[in-house]
Design a protein around this ligand. Structure first.
Ligand code: IVH
Length: 695
């Protein structure tokens, strides 16, 4: 071989080695970057409950890392791995060790993954006709609750799988979590009560509760929860007294950790669901059964279709072998059982073009940017707007007008802009410049220390005033029928109302100048305003729009202090030291707010202190008390009563200070006179029907 050939061969070998070394270096770099990215999102997800990316993207990221690690095991071993089961320990609680490790679940995203799962199990267990249970995958916070001799003794988070935060004090506030297991079921049969059982489940928040809490937070300028799971996580870790009680957390049980004696554990997953019900514990409700891979896939799809009707958030299905004996035989890997698998549903996602970013001003002055995009179909409805939450959020995602953005329904209900398709960014876009001054009153904006919200600091800002009035008059507060956004806007523009108390000083003549108005609707509105003077106290407290004081806290305040006058007399230090107490102290320290309450009292507002437990607001006449008198032209007494009750109102037999309306027909008798004396509005059938139609 000539020297030249040898030299060429050596050069080639060296080049091949260099290419391989380069590839290894590139893989190493990629692995390190991916691990850092996963670790970053792990921390946001588990410890701060404030993720930056959607859950689906987070899961896929972890999946990509696992795949890369599996493809290059040697390289993967060179650098420290990310913990497989995240760690939710917060450092705020005592920790407690689980008797049986709390594992995670392997995840799958496609039919083929599920079939592979079944094939693996069929091979391992030597049979193909395996029976499965398919349950919703609740999107909440995993918890292990221990009952000893039927008594609840502890609730612990998953933590690192071995030990977690002891959250018993907060968990016992969950209304549906019983302190004792029922020894006798509804059918009279005795239930076995294990000496010790660790029940595994999920703490979560319903869609309705998520919307309620976020609506309150949006109004008061507090940061919103991105999804119900973050809300559940943020709540169960609260150390502040009162917060957990005020949020309706739910719990569901779906598994067993340790059980002593082992014989007390039901032999199948189906049996467990039955036993949970007999013990009086909240169970998964609806689940599907399947035998073999085909049925398994059918069941998972059936669950996907059904979940649109669930009142709670789900992000997938959990597929479990039904027989506990087979589960034990299949065993577990380091981080997940081999007998169960999560199947994650892809979130509804659409791409659309952002047309504008509109900045709205809320009632506490918070500026909220809202994305307006070309309408798109998303999980069964057309969406064209989504909150962008705050200035930082836009900057972090670099969302620009003209961009093609991805829109998802966070927690399946609220549309959210989750990212930008940079590949389609038009050439002429510019970074969004958040306004430096209020878009309505032009006052320079301000930001409070430690808050992400940017505010208009001008309390007299017409936008804030409008929102405060709308809130006060809304059905959730004192419920003044007919005083909606359009009327409020006109009144504010005229300068006729500068404060909620001014509503009670409105004259007929002013209402008549609103243009479209006839004398009749002015009278109806005056009657509604008059009637609202006797709304329940909590409705006024809620209507004042005190930051942190929503409907639930307002009811507590009403119960505790009993009247508006009493609230004005409380010394600053005596409101209490919880979040509500501090909020009240701050509110009543402001002369402007005291003047509002004094103004309400001076205008004749006399809230009723009792009745705080009346039906939830919702119907057009929610909480309203009617007295009927005389013969109505078309309705019988029974029909009128039925209409009032159907709209959430009540009918009383005699007129008192608590009466909101006297509905009078021909020959009304003494009741009408009593109403006049007490200043209670008397309405005829036409006005009553108009009230029902919300005119
Ligand atoms: S079984 C050993 N069933 O999903 C198996 N988990 O991503 C334990 N989850 O850690 C879990 N709904 O927090 C199971 N029906 C369900 C579930 C469920 C939600 C959660 C649970 C688990 C996580 C895995």
């Amino acid at each position: 071989m000539s020297r030249v050939v040898v030299a060429v061969l050596i050069a080639l070998a060296w080049a091949a080695w260099a290419v391989a070394a380069d590839a290894a270096a590139a893989t190493r770099q990629r692995l390190t970057a991916l691990r850092a990215e996963v670790a970053h999102h792990d921390k946001l997800y588990h410890q701060h409950a404030a993720p930056e990316i959607s859950d689906y993207d987070y899961d896929r990221l972890k999946q990509r890392l696992r795949e890369l690690e599996a493809a290059f095991p040697e390289i993967a071993r060179e650098t420290p791995a990310v913990a497989e089961i995240g760690d939710d320990r917060s450092g705020l609680f005592q920790t407690h060790r689980h008797r049986e490790r709390m594992l995670s679940l392997d995840k799958s995203y496609a039919e083929a993954d599920l079939r592979a799962f079944h094939a693996r199990l069929a091979k391992l267990l030597g049979r193909d006709d395996l029976a499965y249970v398919v349950e919703p995958k609740f999107d909440g916070f995993a918890v292990s609750v221990t009952y000893e001799k039927g008594k609840l003794i502890r609730a612990v988070t998953r933590g690192n799988g071995v030990e977690g935060d002891d959250i018993t004090a907060n968990a016992v506030m969950i209304r549906r979590l019983p302190r004792t297991l029922r020894a006798v079921a509804d059918d009279g049969a005795a239930n076995p009560i294990p000496d010790t059982i660790e029940l595994r489940g999920e703490i979560y928040v319903s869609f309705a509760e998520f919307s309620r809490i976020n609506a309150e937070r949006e109004a008061t300028g507090e940061a919103l929860f991105a999804n119900p799971r973050n809300l559940a996580t943020g709540t169960i870790r609260q150390r502040e007294a009162g917060v957990v009680e005020r949020r309706n957390l739910e719990i569901v049980f779906y598994g067993v950790g340790a059980c002593m004696p082992l014989s007390a554990q039901p032999p199948t997953q189906r049996g467990l669901h039955d036993m949970l019900r007999r013990w009086g514990l909240p169970g998964v409700g609806k689940f599907w059964t399947a035998r073999g891979a085909d049925e398994l896939w059918v069941a998972v799809q059936a669950l996907d279709r059904a979940r649109a009707g669930f009142a709670f958030p789900t992000d997938g299905a959990v597929v479990k072998l039904d027989e506990v004996a087979l589960q034990r035989e299949a065993g577990a890997t380091e981080h997940a059982p081999r007998w169960a698998m999560a199947y994650k549903f892809a979130p509804a996602r659409a791409e659309t073009q952002l047309r504008a970013i509109v900045v709205q001003v809320g009632r506490t002055g918070v500026l909220t940017p809202v994305a307006e995009f070309a309408p798109v179909e998303l999980a069964g409805s057309t969406v064209a707007r989504a909150s962008l939450h705050n200035r930082d959020e836009i900057a972090r995602k670099d969302i620009r007008v003209g961009d093609f953005v991805y829109v998802e329904k966070a927690g399946e209900i609220i549309p959210a802009v989750v990212g930008v398709n940079l590949a389609r960014r038009p050439a002429a876009t510019r970074a969004f410049v958040f306004p430096e001054s209020c878009p309505v009153c032009r006052t320079a904006v301000a930001q409070r220390a430690g808050e992400v919200a940017v505010r208009c600091p001008n309390a007299a800002c017409p936008a804030q005033l409008r929102r405060r009035l709308e809130h006060f008059a809304s059905r959730e507060c004192v419920a003044i029928d007919g005083l909606g956004p359009a009327t409020i806007e006109a009144l504010v523009e005229k300068g006729a109302v500068k404060d909620v108390a001014d509503i009670y000083r409105l004259r007929r003549a002013v209402l008549l100048t609103l243009g479209k108005d006839t004398g009749k609707s002015a009278d109806r509105m005056l009657a509604a305003i008059e009637a609202s003077k006797r709304a329940e106290l909590w409705r006024f407290v809620h209507g004042l729009g005190i930051p942190q004081v929503g409907a639930v806290a307002a009811k507590e305040v009403a119960r505790r202090f009993g009247s508006l006058d009493a609230l004005l007399r409380v010394a600053p230090g005596e409101f209490g030291h919880d979040a509500t107490g501090r909020a009240l102290a701050a509110f009543f320290a402001e002369p402007r707010n005291r003047a509002t309450v004094e103004g309400l009292l001076a205008a004749g507002v006399r809230p009723i202190a009792h009745g705080t437990a009346t039906a939830a607001p919702g119907g057009r006449l929610a909480g309203k008390i009617f007295v009927l008198t005389g013969a109505l032209p078309t309705l019988t007494r029974a029909q009128a009563t039925e209409k009032i009750q159907a709209a959430g109102g009540k009918v009383a037999s005699s007129v008192s200070r608590n009466t909101h309306y006297v509905l009078a027909g021909a020959e009304p008798g003494a009741k009408r006179e009593q109403a006049r004396t007490l200043g209670i509005p008397v309405i005829d059938e036409a006005a009553f029907l108009a009230l029902l139609r919300d005119e």
